[in-house]
Write a new protein. Sequence first.
Lengths: 162, 450
Amino acid sequence: MNLSKILKNTFLVILLSMVVSACATKKTATNLDSQIQGDVYTGTDTVEYLAKGVPDRVFFATNETILTTMSRDTLRKQAAWLRENPSVNVVLEGHADERGTREYNLALGERRANAAKDYLMTYGVSADRISVISYGKERPVDSGSNPLSWSKNRRSVTVKAN
Amino acid sequence: MKKFRLILNIILILFISISKSYSLVEVDITRGNLNPLPIAVSPLFQDNNSNTFFENELEIKDLGSEISKVIENNLKQSGLFNPLSKDAFLQKPDIAHLKPRFEDWALIKSQALITGKVTAINEKLKVEFRLWDVLAGREMLALAFTTVPSNWRRVGHIITDKVYQRLTGEKGYFDTRIIYVSEEGPKTQRIKKLAIMDQDGFNTKYLTLGNELVLTPRFNPTNQMVTYLSYFRNLPRVYLLDIETGIQEVVGDFPGMTFAPRFSPDGKKIIMSFAKDGNSDIYTMDIENRIVERITNHPSIDTSPSYSPDGKFITFNSDRSGYQQIYVMKSDGSDVKRISFGKGLYGTPVWSPRGDLIAFTKLHKGKFYIGVMRVDGKGERLLTENYYQEAPSWAPNGRVLIFYRETKSNDKGEGFTAKLWSIDLTGYNERMVNTETDASDPSWSSLLSN
Protein backbone atom coordinates (compact mmCIF):
# COMPACT_ATOMS: atom_id res chain seq x y z
CA MET A 1 0.00 0.00 0.00
CA ASN A 2 2.73 2.37 0.97
CA LEU A 3 4.65 1.55 -2.12
CA SER A 4 1.73 2.29 -4.38
CA LYS A 5 1.17 5.57 -2.54
CA ILE A 6 4.78 6.53 -3.08
CA LEU A 7 4.52 5.51 -6.68
CA LYS A 8 1.36 7.52 -7.11
CA ASN A 9 2.97 10.58 -5.59
CA THR A 10 6.04 10.28 -7.73
CA PHE A 11 3.82 9.89 -10.72
CA LEU A 12 1.91 13.00 -9.74
CA VAL A 13 5.16 14.95 -9.47
CA ILE A 14 6.27 13.72 -12.87
CA LEU A 15 2.90 14.60 -14.31
CA LEU A 16 2.98 18.06 -12.78
CA SER A 17 6.44 18.73 -14.13
CA MET A 18 5.24 17.55 -17.54
CA VAL A 19 2.34 19.97 -17.42
CA VAL A 20 4.63 22.79 -16.32
CA SER A 21 7.14 22.08 -19.04
CA ALA A 22 4.36 21.79 -21.58
CA CYS A 23 3.15 25.24 -20.57
CA ALA A 24 6.66 26.56 -20.83
CA THR A 25 7.12 25.22 -24.34
CA LYS A 26 3.78 26.56 -25.38
CA LYS A 27 4.75 30.03 -24.28
CA THR A 28 8.22 30.10 -25.74
CA ALA A 29 7.87 27.99 -28.86
CA THR A 30 7.16 29.98 -31.94
CA ASN A 31 7.88 27.21 -34.40
CA LEU A 32 5.55 24.30 -34.95
CA ASP A 33 8.23 21.64 -34.55
CA SER A 34 7.78 21.45 -30.80
CA GLN A 35 4.08 20.63 -31.16
CA ILE A 36 3.89 18.74 -34.44
CA GLN A 37 6.03 15.77 -35.38
CA GLY A 38 5.65 14.32 -38.84
CA ASP A 39 2.31 16.11 -39.30
CA VAL A 40 0.93 14.70 -36.01
CA TYR A 41 0.09 16.90 -33.04
CA THR A 42 2.21 16.04 -30.01
CA GLY A 43 1.29 18.93 -27.71
CA THR A 44 -1.15 18.89 -24.79
CA ASP A 45 -3.10 22.07 -25.51
CA THR A 46 -6.51 20.52 -25.99
CA VAL A 47 -5.94 17.24 -24.18
CA GLU A 48 -8.16 16.31 -21.27
CA TYR A 49 -7.62 13.40 -18.90
CA LEU A 50 -9.84 10.40 -18.17
CA ALA A 51 -7.84 9.94 -14.98
CA LYS A 52 -4.48 11.07 -13.76
CA GLY A 53 -1.95 10.32 -16.47
CA VAL A 54 -4.55 8.98 -18.88
CA PRO A 55 -4.92 11.40 -21.82
CA ASP A 56 -8.31 11.24 -23.53
CA ARG A 57 -7.22 11.63 -27.16
CA VAL A 58 -4.84 10.57 -29.89
CA PHE A 59 -3.85 12.52 -33.01
CA PHE A 60 -3.37 11.62 -36.67
CA ALA A 61 -1.44 12.79 -39.70
CA THR A 62 -3.33 14.33 -42.65
CA ASN A 63 -5.52 11.75 -44.41
CA GLU A 64 -4.04 9.02 -42.19
CA THR A 65 -5.55 6.61 -39.71
CA ILE A 66 -2.30 5.03 -38.52
CA LEU A 67 -1.62 5.19 -34.77
CA THR A 68 1.74 6.72 -33.89
CA THR A 69 4.01 5.40 -31.11
CA MET A 70 2.74 8.17 -28.86
CA SER A 71 -0.90 7.34 -29.71
CA ARG A 72 -0.36 3.66 -28.93
CA ASP A 73 1.17 4.63 -25.61
CA THR A 74 -1.86 6.79 -24.79
CA LEU A 75 -4.26 4.02 -25.79
CA ARG A 76 -2.41 1.45 -23.64
CA LYS A 77 -2.90 3.81 -20.70
CA GLN A 78 -6.57 4.11 -21.56
CA ALA A 79 -6.89 0.33 -21.84
CA ALA A 80 -5.22 -0.18 -18.45
CA TRP A 81 -7.52 2.38 -16.90
CA LEU A 82 -10.59 0.78 -18.49
CA ARG A 83 -9.54 -2.63 -17.22
CA GLU A 84 -9.26 -1.14 -13.72
CA ASN A 85 -12.69 0.45 -14.10
CA PRO A 86 -14.82 -2.30 -15.62
CA SER A 87 -18.10 -0.44 -15.10
CA VAL A 88 -17.05 2.43 -17.38
CA ASN A 89 -18.13 2.37 -21.02
CA VAL A 90 -16.69 4.75 -23.58
CA VAL A 91 -17.54 6.44 -26.85
CA LEU A 92 -14.70 6.99 -29.29
CA GLU A 93 -15.31 10.18 -31.26
CA GLY A 94 -13.42 10.32 -34.54
CA HIS A 95 -12.67 13.68 -36.17
CA ALA A 96 -11.05 15.12 -39.27
CA ASP A 97 -9.67 18.56 -40.09
CA GLU A 98 -11.50 21.09 -42.28
CA ARG A 99 -9.34 20.51 -45.38
CA GLY A 100 -11.34 17.67 -46.84
CA THR A 101 -14.72 17.00 -48.40
CA ARG A 102 -17.49 16.49 -45.88
CA GLU A 103 -18.57 12.97 -46.75
CA TYR A 104 -15.08 11.53 -47.08
CA ASN A 105 -14.20 13.12 -43.74
CA LEU A 106 -17.15 11.40 -42.07
CA ALA A 107 -15.75 8.07 -43.27
CA LEU A 108 -12.22 9.09 -42.24
CA GLY A 109 -13.36 10.02 -38.70
CA GLU A 110 -15.08 6.66 -38.41
CA ARG A 111 -11.93 4.89 -39.52
CA ARG A 112 -9.79 6.83 -37.01
CA ALA A 113 -12.09 6.05 -34.09
CA ASN A 114 -12.07 2.39 -35.11
CA ALA A 115 -8.28 2.32 -35.28
CA ALA A 116 -8.33 3.44 -31.63
CA LYS A 117 -11.07 0.93 -30.79
CA ASP A 118 -9.14 -1.96 -32.31
CA TYR A 119 -6.08 -1.05 -30.28
CA LEU A 120 -8.06 -0.85 -27.03
CA MET A 121 -9.52 -4.27 -27.80
CA THR A 122 -6.04 -5.70 -28.38
CA TYR A 123 -5.23 -4.55 -24.86
CA GLY A 124 -8.13 -6.34 -23.29
CA VAL A 125 -11.10 -3.96 -23.46
CA SER A 126 -14.18 -5.77 -24.65
CA ALA A 127 -15.92 -4.46 -27.77
CA ASP A 128 -19.30 -4.10 -26.08
CA ARG A 129 -17.87 -1.41 -23.78
CA ILE A 130 -16.83 0.75 -26.74
CA SER A 131 -19.06 2.57 -29.17
CA VAL A 132 -17.84 4.68 -32.04
CA ILE A 133 -19.13 7.90 -33.61
CA SER A 134 -17.65 10.02 -36.37
CA TYR A 135 -18.11 13.76 -36.50
CA GLY A 136 -16.04 14.21 -39.64
CA LYS A 137 -14.98 17.86 -39.73
CA GLU A 138 -18.11 19.07 -37.92
CA ARG A 139 -16.69 19.53 -34.41
CA PRO A 140 -13.23 21.09 -34.54
CA VAL A 141 -11.65 21.76 -31.16
CA ASP A 142 -9.51 24.57 -32.61
CA SER A 143 -11.20 26.94 -35.03
CA GLY A 144 -8.05 28.34 -36.66
CA SER A 145 -7.19 27.71 -40.31
CA ASN A 146 -3.53 26.77 -39.98
CA PRO A 147 -1.49 23.54 -39.82
CA LEU A 148 -1.30 23.57 -36.01
CA SER A 149 -5.08 23.99 -35.60
CA TRP A 150 -5.72 21.29 -38.17
CA SER A 151 -3.34 18.89 -36.40
CA LYS A 152 -5.28 19.32 -33.12
CA ASN A 153 -8.53 18.57 -34.92
CA ARG A 154 -7.39 15.29 -36.52
CA ARG A 155 -8.17 13.16 -33.48
CA SER A 156 -9.97 10.35 -31.79
CA VAL A 157 -11.29 11.27 -28.36
CA THR A 158 -12.26 8.71 -25.74
CA VAL A 159 -15.28 9.96 -23.80
CA LYS A 160 -16.91 8.30 -20.80
CA ALA A 161 -20.39 7.15 -21.78
CA ASN A 162 -21.73 6.57 -18.27
CA MET B 1 -34.88 36.64 -91.78
CA LYS B 2 -34.45 39.17 -89.01
CA LYS B 3 -35.89 36.67 -86.60
CA PHE B 4 -33.11 34.37 -87.63
CA ARG B 5 -30.63 37.02 -86.68
CA LEU B 6 -31.83 37.04 -83.12
CA ILE B 7 -31.69 33.29 -82.88
CA LEU B 8 -28.34 33.28 -84.60
CA ASN B 9 -27.07 35.72 -82.02
CA ILE B 10 -28.03 33.41 -79.22
CA ILE B 11 -26.60 30.41 -80.94
CA LEU B 12 -23.46 32.43 -81.40
CA ILE B 13 -23.30 33.20 -77.68
CA LEU B 14 -23.67 29.53 -76.83
CA PHE B 15 -21.13 28.61 -79.45
CA ILE B 16 -18.60 31.09 -78.16
CA SER B 17 -19.03 29.94 -74.60
CA ILE B 18 -18.68 26.31 -75.59
CA SER B 19 -15.65 26.86 -77.77
CA LYS B 20 -14.03 28.97 -75.04
CA SER B 21 -14.64 26.30 -72.51
CA TYR B 22 -12.63 23.76 -74.44
CA SER B 23 -9.66 26.03 -74.36
CA LEU B 24 -9.88 26.34 -70.56
CA VAL B 25 -7.04 24.10 -69.55
CA GLU B 26 -6.10 26.12 -66.50
CA VAL B 27 -8.55 27.78 -64.17
CA ASP B 28 -9.70 31.05 -65.62
CA ILE B 29 -12.43 32.98 -63.95
CA THR B 30 -12.03 36.01 -66.18
CA ARG B 31 -15.52 37.24 -66.82
CA GLY B 32 -17.21 39.68 -69.13
CA ASN B 33 -15.93 38.00 -72.26
CA LEU B 34 -19.44 37.13 -73.33
CA ASN B 35 -21.90 39.44 -74.95
CA PRO B 36 -25.12 38.85 -73.06
CA LEU B 37 -28.22 39.40 -75.15
CA PRO B 38 -29.76 42.86 -74.53
CA ILE B 39 -33.35 42.34 -73.45
CA ALA B 40 -36.04 44.75 -72.25
CA VAL B 41 -38.44 43.57 -69.54
CA SER B 42 -41.31 46.02 -69.53
CA PRO B 43 -43.18 46.31 -66.19
CA LEU B 44 -46.30 44.16 -66.46
CA PHE B 45 -49.36 46.38 -66.78
CA GLN B 46 -52.21 46.22 -64.28
CA ASP B 47 -55.50 48.12 -64.13
CA ASN B 48 -56.55 50.12 -61.07
CA ASN B 49 -58.98 47.54 -59.67
CA SER B 50 -56.39 44.78 -59.84
CA ASN B 51 -53.83 47.10 -58.32
CA THR B 52 -56.05 47.77 -55.30
CA PHE B 53 -56.92 44.11 -54.91
CA PHE B 54 -53.30 42.91 -54.90
CA GLU B 55 -52.24 45.74 -52.64
CA ASN B 56 -54.77 44.57 -50.06
CA GLU B 57 -54.07 40.91 -50.62
CA LEU B 58 -50.26 40.89 -50.76
CA GLU B 59 -49.26 44.32 -49.42
CA ILE B 60 -47.39 44.91 -52.66
CA LYS B 61 -47.89 48.24 -54.37
CA ASP B 62 -47.22 47.46 -58.00
CA LEU B 63 -47.34 43.70 -58.47
CA GLY B 64 -46.81 43.86 -62.24
CA SER B 65 -43.60 45.75 -61.74
CA GLU B 66 -42.45 43.34 -58.99
CA ILE B 67 -43.02 40.31 -61.23
CA SER B 68 -41.01 41.96 -63.99
CA LYS B 69 -38.18 42.47 -61.48
CA VAL B 70 -38.17 38.75 -60.67
CA ILE B 71 -37.85 37.96 -64.39
CA GLU B 72 -35.19 40.60 -64.90
CA ASN B 73 -33.10 39.37 -61.97
CA ASN B 74 -33.32 35.74 -63.18
CA LEU B 75 -32.21 36.70 -66.69
CA LYS B 76 -29.34 38.79 -65.35
CA GLN B 77 -28.12 36.03 -62.99
CA SER B 78 -28.02 33.55 -65.86
CA GLY B 79 -25.23 35.60 -67.42
CA LEU B 80 -26.73 35.06 -70.89
CA PHE B 81 -28.93 38.16 -70.88
CA ASN B 82 -28.44 41.83 -70.23
CA PRO B 83 -31.73 43.34 -69.02
CA LEU B 84 -31.78 47.00 -70.00
CA SER B 85 -32.54 49.83 -67.59
CA LYS B 86 -36.23 50.67 -67.41
CA ASP B 87 -35.38 54.39 -67.38
CA ALA B 88 -34.65 54.17 -71.08
CA PHE B 89 -38.03 52.64 -71.98
CA LEU B 90 -40.09 54.91 -74.23
CA GLN B 91 -43.32 52.99 -74.46
CA LYS B 92 -45.92 52.57 -71.71
CA PRO B 93 -46.43 48.96 -70.43
CA ASP B 94 -50.09 48.65 -71.52
CA ILE B 95 -49.50 49.89 -75.05
CA ALA B 96 -46.31 47.87 -75.45
CA HIS B 97 -48.18 44.72 -74.47
CA LEU B 98 -50.80 45.28 -77.20
CA LYS B 99 -48.37 46.11 -79.97
CA PRO B 100 -44.83 47.31 -79.32
CA ARG B 101 -43.39 50.11 -81.38
CA PHE B 102 -40.32 48.09 -82.35
CA GLU B 103 -38.30 51.12 -83.50
CA ASP B 104 -38.44 52.49 -79.93
CA TRP B 105 -37.09 49.22 -78.50
CA ALA B 106 -34.48 48.87 -81.22
CA LEU B 107 -33.34 52.40 -80.47
CA ILE B 108 -32.26 51.37 -76.94
CA LYS B 109 -30.45 48.39 -78.51
CA SER B 110 -32.88 45.84 -77.14
CA GLN B 111 -33.07 42.65 -79.21
CA ALA B 112 -35.88 40.98 -77.30
CA LEU B 113 -38.77 42.41 -75.32
CA ILE B 114 -41.01 40.96 -72.64
CA THR B 115 -44.37 42.61 -72.00
CA GLY B 116 -47.31 41.53 -69.88
CA LYS B 117 -50.49 42.19 -68.03
CA VAL B 118 -51.60 41.34 -64.51
CA THR B 119 -55.29 41.05 -63.63
CA ALA B 120 -57.28 40.07 -60.54
CA ILE B 121 -60.00 37.62 -61.60
CA ASN B 122 -62.19 35.98 -58.95
CA GLU B 123 -59.56 36.70 -56.31
CA LYS B 124 -57.00 34.91 -58.42
CA LEU B 125 -53.93 36.23 -60.14
CA LYS B 126 -53.95 36.12 -63.93
CA VAL B 127 -50.71 36.90 -65.71
CA GLU B 128 -50.37 37.18 -69.47
CA PHE B 129 -47.03 37.74 -71.09
CA ARG B 130 -45.51 38.04 -74.55
CA LEU B 131 -41.99 37.69 -75.81
CA TRP B 132 -41.16 39.83 -78.85
CA ASP B 133 -38.34 39.69 -81.35
CA VAL B 134 -37.49 43.38 -81.68
CA LEU B 135 -35.39 43.15 -84.87
CA ALA B 136 -37.88 40.95 -86.71
CA GLY B 137 -40.78 42.92 -85.29
CA ARG B 138 -42.88 39.95 -84.30
CA GLU B 139 -44.20 37.93 -81.40
CA MET B 140 -42.22 34.83 -80.42
CA LEU B 141 -44.25 33.53 -77.52
CA ALA B 142 -47.51 34.34 -75.73
CA LEU B 143 -48.81 32.59 -72.62
CA ALA B 144 -51.18 33.18 -69.71
CA PHE B 145 -51.26 31.73 -66.19
CA THR B 146 -53.85 31.85 -63.43
CA THR B 147 -52.90 31.03 -59.87
CA VAL B 148 -53.35 32.12 -56.24
CA PRO B 149 -51.90 35.61 -55.66
CA SER B 150 -49.30 34.38 -53.14
CA ASN B 151 -47.69 32.42 -55.97
CA TRP B 152 -46.65 35.62 -57.77
CA ARG B 153 -42.89 35.03 -57.55
CA ARG B 154 -43.29 31.57 -59.04
CA VAL B 155 -45.12 33.12 -61.98
CA GLY B 156 -42.05 35.28 -62.55
CA HIS B 157 -39.86 32.17 -62.48
CA ILE B 158 -42.09 30.23 -64.85
CA ILE B 159 -42.11 33.13 -67.31
CA THR B 160 -38.30 33.24 -67.14
CA ASP B 161 -38.14 29.50 -67.86
CA LYS B 162 -40.36 29.96 -70.93
CA VAL B 163 -38.30 32.88 -72.22
CA TYR B 164 -35.01 31.08 -71.55
CA GLN B 165 -36.22 27.98 -73.35
CA ARG B 166 -37.55 29.95 -76.33
CA LEU B 167 -34.33 31.89 -76.74
CA THR B 168 -31.70 29.26 -75.95
CA GLY B 169 -33.46 26.07 -77.01
CA GLU B 170 -32.73 24.55 -73.59
CA LYS B 171 -34.98 24.09 -70.59
CA GLY B 172 -34.64 26.70 -67.87
CA TYR B 173 -33.91 26.22 -64.16
CA PHE B 174 -35.67 29.19 -62.57
CA ASP B 175 -38.85 27.65 -61.16
CA THR B 176 -36.75 25.56 -58.78
CA ARG B 177 -35.74 25.49 -55.16
CA ILE B 178 -32.50 24.94 -53.31
CA ILE B 179 -32.30 22.90 -50.14
CA TYR B 180 -29.21 23.58 -48.04
CA VAL B 181 -27.75 23.63 -44.57
CA SER B 182 -28.06 26.94 -42.76
CA GLU B 183 -25.09 27.60 -40.46
CA GLU B 184 -24.71 29.88 -37.43
CA GLY B 185 -22.41 30.31 -34.46
CA PRO B 186 -18.71 29.66 -33.81
CA LYS B 187 -16.93 26.97 -35.78
CA THR B 188 -16.47 24.74 -32.73
CA GLN B 189 -20.20 24.78 -31.92
CA ARG B 190 -21.80 25.37 -35.26
CA ILE B 191 -25.61 25.24 -35.27
CA LYS B 192 -26.90 23.67 -38.49
CA LYS B 193 -30.47 23.59 -39.78
CA LEU B 194 -32.07 22.37 -42.96
CA ALA B 195 -33.33 25.29 -45.00
CA ILE B 196 -35.11 25.62 -48.31
CA MET B 197 -35.48 28.63 -50.56
CA ASP B 198 -36.38 29.61 -54.09
CA GLN B 199 -33.48 29.44 -56.54
CA ASP B 200 -33.12 33.25 -56.33
CA GLY B 201 -32.76 33.26 -52.54
CA PHE B 202 -36.34 34.28 -51.65
CA ASN B 203 -38.95 32.49 -49.51
CA THR B 204 -36.49 30.89 -47.09
CA LYS B 205 -37.99 28.32 -44.73
CA TYR B 206 -36.22 26.41 -41.98
CA LEU B 207 -37.13 22.75 -41.80
CA THR B 208 -35.29 21.76 -38.60
CA LEU B 209 -34.71 23.67 -35.36
CA GLY B 210 -30.97 23.20 -35.01
CA ASN B 211 -31.15 20.86 -32.00
CA GLU B 212 -29.18 18.22 -33.82
CA LEU B 213 -26.47 18.35 -36.46
CA VAL B 214 -27.82 17.91 -40.00
CA LEU B 215 -25.79 17.54 -43.20
CA THR B 216 -25.98 16.89 -46.95
CA PRO B 217 -29.69 17.28 -47.85
CA ARG B 218 -30.56 16.10 -51.39
CA PHE B 219 -33.75 16.44 -53.38
CA ASN B 220 -35.62 13.57 -54.90
CA PRO B 221 -35.59 14.42 -58.64
CA THR B 222 -39.20 13.24 -59.03
CA ASN B 223 -41.02 14.76 -56.05
CA GLN B 224 -40.69 16.96 -52.95
CA MET B 225 -38.88 14.42 -50.79
CA VAL B 226 -35.47 15.10 -49.33
CA THR B 227 -32.86 12.74 -47.93
CA TYR B 228 -30.21 13.95 -45.49
CA LEU B 229 -27.93 12.99 -42.63
CA SER B 230 -29.07 13.77 -39.07
CA TYR B 231 -27.29 13.25 -35.75
CA PHE B 232 -30.65 12.85 -33.98
CA ARG B 233 -29.95 11.23 -30.54
CA ASN B 234 -26.28 11.27 -31.49
CA LEU B 235 -26.77 8.50 -34.02
CA PRO B 236 -25.67 9.69 -37.47
CA ARG B 237 -28.25 8.16 -39.81
CA VAL B 238 -29.81 8.89 -43.19
CA TYR B 239 -33.31 10.32 -42.96
CA LEU B 240 -36.13 10.89 -45.39
CA LEU B 241 -38.18 14.07 -45.14
CA ASP B 242 -41.37 15.03 -46.94
CA ILE B 243 -41.17 18.82 -47.22
CA GLU B 244 -44.90 19.14 -47.84
CA THR B 245 -46.00 17.23 -44.72
CA GLY B 246 -42.88 17.65 -42.56
CA ILE B 247 -42.86 13.90 -41.81
CA GLN B 248 -39.37 12.52 -41.16
CA GLU B 249 -38.24 8.93 -40.86
CA VAL B 250 -34.96 7.13 -40.50
CA VAL B 251 -33.90 5.12 -43.55
CA GLY B 252 -33.14 1.46 -42.95
CA ASP B 253 -32.04 -0.36 -39.85
CA PHE B 254 -28.26 -0.22 -39.93
CA PRO B 255 -26.11 -0.81 -36.86
CA GLY B 256 -23.53 1.83 -37.83
CA MET B 257 -23.40 5.26 -39.42
CA THR B 258 -25.28 5.76 -42.69
CA PHE B 259 -24.32 8.85 -44.67
CA ALA B 260 -23.80 10.44 -48.11
CA PRO B 261 -27.39 9.75 -49.30
CA ARG B 262 -28.72 10.52 -52.76
CA PHE B 263 -31.80 9.43 -54.70
CA SER B 264 -31.79 7.25 -57.79
CA PRO B 265 -32.98 9.13 -60.90
CA ASP B 266 -36.41 7.46 -60.74
CA GLY B 267 -36.66 8.58 -57.11
CA LYS B 268 -37.39 5.05 -55.90
CA LYS B 269 -34.11 4.20 -54.20
CA ILE B 270 -31.66 5.88 -51.87
CA ILE B 271 -28.01 5.19 -52.47
CA MET B 272 -25.70 5.87 -49.52
CA SER B 273 -22.65 4.81 -47.54
CA PHE B 274 -22.78 2.56 -44.52
CA ALA B 275 -19.80 2.66 -42.16
CA LYS B 276 -18.96 -0.22 -39.84
CA ASP B 277 -15.72 -1.17 -38.09
CA GLY B 278 -13.74 1.47 -39.92
CA ASN B 279 -14.92 0.58 -43.38
CA SER B 280 -17.44 2.46 -45.54
CA ASP B 281 -19.24 0.73 -48.42
CA ILE B 282 -22.08 1.71 -50.74
CA TYR B 283 -25.60 0.35 -50.38
CA THR B 284 -28.99 1.06 -51.89
CA MET B 285 -32.37 0.89 -50.24
CA ASP B 286 -35.67 0.63 -52.07
CA ILE B 287 -37.89 3.26 -50.45
CA GLU B 288 -41.10 1.30 -50.90
CA ASN B 289 -40.18 -2.27 -49.95
CA ARG B 290 -37.12 -1.33 -47.85
CA ILE B 291 -34.96 -3.97 -49.48
CA VAL B 292 -31.29 -3.19 -48.93
CA GLU B 293 -28.64 -4.13 -51.45
CA ARG B 294 -24.90 -4.00 -51.02
CA ILE B 295 -23.18 -2.41 -54.03
CA THR B 296 -19.48 -2.24 -53.07
CA ASN B 297 -17.46 -4.56 -50.86
CA HIS B 298 -13.97 -3.23 -50.43
CA PRO B 299 -11.79 -2.47 -47.37
CA SER B 300 -11.28 1.12 -48.59
CA ILE B 301 -13.58 4.08 -48.01
CA ASP B 302 -16.33 4.09 -50.66
CA THR B 303 -18.64 7.08 -50.43
CA SER B 304 -20.41 10.00 -52.21
CA PRO B 305 -22.29 7.80 -54.72
CA SER B 306 -24.29 9.39 -57.55
CA TYR B 307 -26.31 7.66 -60.28
CA SER B 308 -26.15 8.39 -64.00
CA PRO B 309 -29.50 9.81 -65.21
CA ASP B 310 -30.39 6.51 -66.93
CA GLY B 311 -29.74 4.67 -63.67
CA LYS B 312 -27.30 2.25 -65.31
CA PHE B 313 -24.09 3.54 -63.72
CA ILE B 314 -22.88 4.93 -60.43
CA THR B 315 -19.99 7.30 -59.88
CA PHE B 316 -18.44 7.34 -56.41
CA ASN B 317 -15.48 8.38 -54.31
CA SER B 318 -12.99 5.80 -53.08
CA ASP B 319 -9.49 5.76 -51.62
CA ARG B 320 -8.75 2.21 -52.77
CA SER B 321 -5.77 3.51 -54.74
CA GLY B 322 -4.40 5.04 -51.52
CA TYR B 323 -6.02 8.44 -51.93
CA GLN B 324 -9.45 9.87 -52.72
CA GLN B 325 -10.25 9.34 -56.40
CA ILE B 326 -13.35 9.14 -58.58
CA TYR B 327 -14.66 5.81 -59.89
CA VAL B 328 -17.50 4.67 -62.12
CA MET B 329 -19.19 1.25 -61.93
CA LYS B 330 -22.29 -0.45 -63.25
CA SER B 331 -25.25 0.03 -60.94
CA ASP B 332 -24.96 -3.57 -59.69
CA GLY B 333 -21.44 -2.79 -58.46
CA SER B 334 -19.58 -4.61 -61.24
CA ASP B 335 -16.99 -3.26 -63.65
CA VAL B 336 -15.40 -0.68 -61.33
CA LYS B 337 -13.15 1.77 -63.17
CA ARG B 338 -11.13 4.66 -61.85
CA ILE B 339 -11.69 7.77 -63.96
CA SER B 340 -9.74 10.57 -62.19
CA PHE B 341 -6.03 10.55 -63.00
CA GLY B 342 -4.99 14.21 -62.69
CA LYS B 343 -2.70 15.50 -59.97
CA GLY B 344 -4.32 15.86 -56.56
CA LEU B 345 -7.26 14.35 -54.71
CA TYR B 346 -10.77 14.10 -56.14
CA GLY B 347 -14.08 13.94 -54.27
CA THR B 348 -17.86 14.50 -54.41
CA PRO B 349 -18.56 13.23 -57.95
CA VAL B 350 -22.05 14.14 -59.22
CA TRP B 351 -23.43 12.96 -62.52
CA SER B 352 -24.95 15.67 -64.72
CA PRO B 353 -28.70 15.39 -65.38
CA ARG B 354 -27.77 15.52 -69.10
CA GLY B 355 -25.60 12.44 -68.60
CA ASP B 356 -22.52 13.82 -70.34
CA LEU B 357 -20.38 15.09 -67.46
CA ILE B 358 -19.39 14.41 -63.89
CA ALA B 359 -18.81 17.42 -61.61
CA PHE B 360 -16.34 17.06 -58.76
CA THR B 361 -14.25 18.74 -56.08
CA LYS B 362 -10.50 18.59 -56.47
CA LEU B 363 -7.81 19.30 -53.88
CA HIS B 364 -4.37 20.09 -55.22
CA LYS B 365 -1.48 21.90 -53.51
CA GLY B 366 -3.69 23.36 -50.80
CA LYS B 367 -6.33 24.76 -53.19
CA PHE B 368 -9.82 23.49 -53.84
CA TYR B 369 -11.36 23.41 -57.31
CA ILE B 370 -14.82 22.71 -58.71
CA GLY B 371 -14.51 21.01 -62.07
CA VAL B 372 -16.15 18.75 -64.60
CA MET B 373 -14.90 15.79 -66.61
CA ARG B 374 -16.48 13.49 -69.14
CA VAL B 375 -17.83 10.25 -67.77
CA ASP B 376 -14.76 8.36 -69.00
CA GLY B 377 -12.57 10.79 -67.04
CA LYS B 378 -11.28 12.62 -70.10
CA GLY B 379 -11.61 16.34 -70.83
CA GLU B 380 -11.15 17.54 -67.26
CA ARG B 381 -11.94 21.25 -66.90
CA LEU B 382 -11.52 23.20 -63.68
CA LEU B 383 -14.13 25.94 -63.41
CA THR B 384 -13.10 27.74 -60.24
CA GLU B 385 -10.23 27.78 -57.73
CA ASN B 386 -10.48 28.87 -54.10
CA TYR B 387 -9.25 28.40 -50.53
CA TYR B 388 -12.06 25.97 -49.78
CA GLN B 389 -15.07 24.91 -51.81
CA GLU B 390 -16.85 21.63 -52.46
CA ALA B 391 -20.09 19.75 -53.06
CA PRO B 392 -21.31 20.86 -56.51
CA SER B 393 -24.98 20.22 -57.34
CA TRP B 394 -26.38 20.51 -60.87
CA ALA B 395 -29.20 22.77 -62.00
CA PRO B 396 -31.84 20.55 -63.63
CA ASN B 397 -30.75 21.60 -67.13
CA GLY B 398 -27.14 20.60 -66.51
CA ARG B 399 -25.78 24.06 -67.40
CA VAL B 400 -25.11 25.55 -63.95
CA LEU B 401 -23.56 24.23 -60.73
CA ILE B 402 -24.21 25.40 -57.18
CA PHE B 403 -21.66 24.64 -54.45
CA TYR B 404 -20.43 26.07 -51.14
CA ARG B 405 -17.31 28.00 -50.35
CA GLU B 406 -15.63 28.67 -47.00
CA THR B 407 -13.20 31.43 -46.10
CA LYS B 408 -10.03 31.01 -44.08
CA SER B 409 -10.13 31.79 -40.37
CA ASN B 410 -7.38 33.65 -38.58
CA ASP B 411 -5.57 32.00 -35.66
CA LYS B 412 -8.36 33.00 -33.28
CA GLY B 413 -10.87 31.34 -35.58
CA GLU B 414 -12.36 34.65 -36.70
CA GLY B 415 -13.29 35.56 -40.25
CA PHE B 416 -14.89 32.24 -41.11
CA THR B 417 -17.84 32.29 -43.49
CA ALA B 418 -19.64 29.67 -45.56
CA LYS B 419 -21.66 30.79 -48.58
CA LEU B 420 -23.39 29.31 -51.60
CA TRP B 421 -22.01 30.12 -55.04
CA SER B 422 -23.07 29.25 -58.56
CA ILE B 423 -21.06 29.00 -61.72
CA ASP B 424 -22.01 28.02 -65.23
CA LEU B 425 -20.33 25.28 -67.19
CA THR B 426 -18.20 27.68 -69.18
CA GLY B 427 -16.47 28.76 -65.97
CA TYR B 428 -17.81 32.28 -66.45
CA ASN B 429 -20.60 33.93 -64.55
CA GLU B 430 -19.56 32.99 -61.02
CA ARG B 431 -22.00 34.47 -58.50
CA MET B 432 -22.69 34.33 -54.79
CA VAL B 433 -26.20 33.08 -54.04
CA ASN B 434 -27.91 35.15 -51.35
CA THR B 435 -28.85 33.31 -48.17
CA GLU B 436 -30.15 34.72 -44.86
CA THR B 437 -27.44 32.93 -42.87
CA ASP B 438 -24.18 31.20 -43.68
CA ALA B 439 -24.89 28.18 -45.85
CA SER B 440 -23.44 24.91 -47.15
CA ASP B 441 -24.35 21.60 -48.84
CA PRO B 442 -26.75 22.97 -51.48
CA SER B 443 -28.94 20.68 -53.57
CA TRP B 444 -30.88 21.92 -56.58
CA SER B 445 -34.45 20.65 -57.13
CA SER B 446 -35.94 19.61 -60.46
CA LEU B 447 -38.21 22.07 -62.25
CA LEU B 448 -41.36 22.43 -60.16
CA SER B 449 -43.49 22.92 -63.27
CA ASN B 450 -42.90 22.02 -66.86
